[in-house]
Design a protein around this ligand. Structure first.
Ligand SMILES: Cc1ncc(C[n+]2csc(CCO)c2C)c(N)n1
Length: 237
């Protein structure tokens, strides 16, 4: 941890590692928050075909992403951390993916069709990047990879609620905002943030820089994911 502030009488403000991550990632997250996919979803104006593309791609993304929490269980050094990872794994499979199954049913897409979705190049690159770190990296590296997904979605949920909360009842994607803005997801994100700070404590700058590289990289993949769905990108061949 780094201490900031001047003389003895000042209240010492402790700068956490995640404060640094948050500050440095702003240019990328701002682009995510202003992405037409996110903004149109917030207003309920997003084209249905684009939303369906997203639901299908995100469903298979989450199958791989959930495995990272299982790797968290594997690499954790204490029972409490194991239990929290197991809880978030359960929430991903049974709360978050249930949202996708419900939306899919509304749009006439079966569970089988959702599961049979072939990941696009961006989707595959994103999940393979994280799964590679899961195989070869430390627990801190795994958390650095999966943190932007949980944290930025929570930021997006809060932002859309603030921007468009007054029209949530009539927004056909309102349930999406409610899910990511919910206590459940907020608590999960906050726990991962605290864990990241604990794991980063006492690490040399050389290792912190690697963690930040993963954090920035998966934040960029988040951007590519919005872009891929907005333009309904598929394999060109
Ligand atoms: C591309 C993509 N990135 C992030 C999320 C959001 N998300 C994934 S797991 C998790 C935490 C617990 O389930 C959250 C919030 C998503 N759905 N799709």
């Amino acid at each position: 941890m780094k201490f900031e502030g001047g003389n003895k009488m000042d209240i010492v403000k402790i700068k956490k590692f995640t404060d640094r991550l948050f500050e440095n990632v702003q240019p990328i997250w701002e682009k995510n928050h202003n992405h037409p996919f996110v903004q149109e979803l917030g207003k309920g104006q997003l084209d249905e075909e684009k939303f369906i593309h997203y639901m299908k791609q995100d469903y298979v993304y989450l199958i791989d992403y959930a495995k990272l929490f299982a790797v968290g269980v594997l690499k954790a050094q204490d029972l409490h951390t194991m239990g929290k990872f197991a809880q978030i794994l359960d929430e991903t499979l049974n709360v978050e993916m249930e949202l996708h199954r419900q939306f899919a049913a509304e749009f006439g897409i079966s569970r089988e069709e959702l599961e049979a979705t072939k990941p696009t190049p961006v989707n595959l690159a994103y999940t393979r990047y994280m799964l590679n770190v899961a195989q070869n990296g430390s627990l801190a590296e795994v958390v650095a990879c999966l943190l932007p997904c949980a944290w930025d979605y929570w930021e997006i949920g809060k932002l859309l609620r603030k921007q468009y909360g007054n029209q949530i009842e009539t927004n056909r994607y309102g349930k999406w905002i409610e899910t990511y803005d919910s206590e459940t997801f907020g608590e999960g994100a906050k726990w991962l943030i605290r864990l990241m700070d604990e794991l980063a404590e006492g690490k040399p700058e050389r290792e912190l820089a690697i963690l930040e590289e993963h954090f920035q990289m998966t934040s960029k993949y988040e951007y590519l994911f919005w872009e891929m769905n907005y333009y309904k990108q598929e394999w060109p061949i």
